[in-house]
Design a protein. Structure first.
Length: 572
């Protein structure tokens, strides 16, 4: 039976034009003399590369072919897959667990025809095996990547539960509350705590997380990563290490480790593979101890190309028209975490050159960019947005970026700067573009100042992108077509694969509404019209809404209908 299958492989290689009949006969002759599998003999003789044999074998068996280069040989996060297949067994048999669902486990194998190995895997894992095929070299590389990092973090977490000494939570808390400052520092610098914090941060960066949440509860710690806007739980360390972990983070962020009653903010600069990454640290006191959130600002993973953020071609043309003005005011609006700062920096990246003086005032400075003069707000010494802006005007700027307009004073200086020959970019926290005008009037800016200065308002959201490797097509129902005005025969939904950690989504993109301030809108501002009236005029003069932008992404197959509805709910 096995020989028949090998012959089929040889015949298939001939059919694919990778092997001649004469070569196949030569291989069979060598196999009879020396033994071994047909594929191994072909590779050994240098007739066909292992990748080609694996690809053809996968095609023959109808089994997906995974490669390490595409990121598909990446086991799912948080499923404790290393418990199903031990490290040594994986190396010995060239197998790698990729995901676990209910009673089945997806495993990468170099030889899915090995029925004995498949049977042993069923017994070892207690699950049905869904094989995918990969080369031995790729599997070994993925094993080293997964078990190396996963094992280190798992060992560090498991070790944190050792030696708790049978203390009750109350006893441990009593002991910790009596620790002196010197003992706290010593405990935080112990190797296990240093290693644990380092691994938690490293794993988060590898998983493309934007935030790390370390939260204390009565009898446990919660550790969560935010990936593409959603929080996912990670196996946490033992409760008794909470104080030491928080103290270690505070030391790195240069915070006061003795102060546990007040919120604190700080920053950490880390390097991974010579790549600098900024971490913003925030701590707050809770009833069970201090919670820490670390915001990861990885410039290397952020695309500061305006054309690649997800904006529609027409929207890009409108934004660039506003950016080409010599003076005026451009606002980006949206809730926290909607990508406003990234878009602002992509705009600056496109506008910066040696003929322009660009100054930014931010709280905090999120992206350090060459060619820009960047200023960090420091209210404790009197360096506020308003004070800095007054000084900016004496610095001969062409373009000014103001991190956020929060009050009347800052808004008025921004507008007066725009009226006196400067291009000003800033952000506002409003639900949509038309609401920005009403927000400015609400904080006290007069319409006669808004109408001549405001060029453009961009309302923005971030929406998850479907994983391009596993998204599934389906036909929308007649009700969906009617309800959501869908103009596509096929839509796509998430499925989940190794590349996207079986989430079905990988990465995010912008959806937006771009409102150019034309004479009709200026007339509405002069009349102090409501944002609903301003929206009606903007829509009548060609503004695409957030909802329409989202639905266009659905029709293009870039995201799912469910994701588009959840992101735009309440804004249309």
């Amino acid at each position: 039976m096995a020989k028949e299958k090998y012959l089929k492989l040889g015949e298939l290689l001939i059919k694919e034009g990778l092997l001649s009949q004469a070569d196949l006969e030569k291989v069979i002759g060598v196999q009879r003399q020396e033994g071994g599998r047909l594929g191994e003999v072909i590779t050994k003789l240098g007739l066909v590369k292992e990748e080609e044999i694996v690809r053809v074998l996968g095609k023959q068996l109808g089994i997906p072919y995974f490669t390490i280069g595409t990121g598909m040989l990446k086991p799912s996060m948080g499923q404790k897959l290393e418990n199903f297949i031990p490290h040594e067994y994986a190396i010995k048999n060239y197998v790698l667990p990729l995901s676990h669902t209910l009673k089945s486990i997806t495993v990468a194998m170099s030889d899915p025809l090995d029925l004995l190995l498949l049977d042993n895997l069923r017994k070892l894992t207690g699950c049905e095996i869904n094989p995918v095929i990969a080369t031995k070299a790729d599997i070994l590389g993925a094993i080293e990547e997964f078990y190396g990092k996963s094992a280190m973090l798992k060992e560090a977490v498991n070790a944190s539960y050792d030696g708790e000494g049978g203390h009750t939570i109350e006893t441990v808390e009593t002991i910790e509350s009596e620790l002196s400052l010197d003992k706290l520092i010593a405990r935080a610098e112990e190797a296990p705590v240093v290693k644990l914090v380092d691994l938690v941060i490293r794993q988060a960066i590898n998983e493309r997380a934007s935030d790390i949440h370390i939260e204390p509860f009565k009898d446990r710690i919660s550790l969560r990563y935010r990936i593409d806007g959603k929080l996912y739980e990670i196996p946490p360390p033992a409760k008794h290490l909470h104080l030491a972990i928080i103290s270690r983070i505070k030391i790195l962020a240069k915070l006061d480790i003795a102060e546990k009653r007040l919120p604190q903010d700080g920053a950490i600069l880390v390097k991974i593979d010579e790549r600098p990454i900024d971490l913003r640290v925030s701590t707050i006191p809770t009833i069970h101890g201090e919670k820490a959130v670390l915001r990861i600002l990885d410039k290397g993973s952020v695309v500061l190309d305006l054309g690649q953020l997800g904006f529609e071609p027409k929207q890009l043309e409108q934004m660039r028209r506003a950016m080409s003005a010599s003076y005026g005011l451009i606002f980006l609006t949206g809730p926290t975490g909607s990508g406003k700062t990234t878009t602002l920096y992509a705009m600056l990246n496109e506008m910066k050159d040696t003929t322009r003086n660009i100054i930014t005032i931010e709280d905090p400075v999120e992206y350090k960019m060459d060619g820009l003069n960047q200023v960090q707000v420091k209210p404790e010494i009197g360096l506020t947005f308003a004070n800095a802006l007054r000084s900016f005007l004496r610095q001969d700027p062409d373009i000014m970026l103001v991190g956020e307009v929060r009050d009347m004073e800052t808004a008025e200086i921004c507008i007066r700067s725009a009226l006196t020959g400067h291009l000003v970019l800033s952000t506002l926290h409003t639900n949509d573009a038309p609401s920005a005008i009403n927000r400015l009037m609400d904080i006290g800016v007069e319409p006669y100042l808004i109408t001549p200065s405001l060029l453009c308002v961009v309302g923005q959201r971030l929406m998850r992108k479907l994983c391009s490797d596993c998204k599934e097509a389906y036909e929308p129902t007649q009700k969906q077509v009617a309800d959501y005005k869908i103009k596509a025969d096929l839509l796509y939904k998430p499925k989940g694969c190794a590349k996207c950690n079986h989430l079905g989504y990988r990465g995010r993109m912008s959806i937006a509404e771009v409102m150019l301030v034309n004479p009709e809108i200026r007339e509405m501002v002069s009349q102090r019209a409501t944002f609903q009236k301003i929206r009606e005029v903007a829509r009548a003069t060609g503004m695409q809404s957030l909802y329409e932008s989202a639905m266009h992404k659905v029709e293009q197959g870039l995201t799912s209908l469910e994701e588009a509805i959840s992101v735009t709910l309440g804004v249309e």
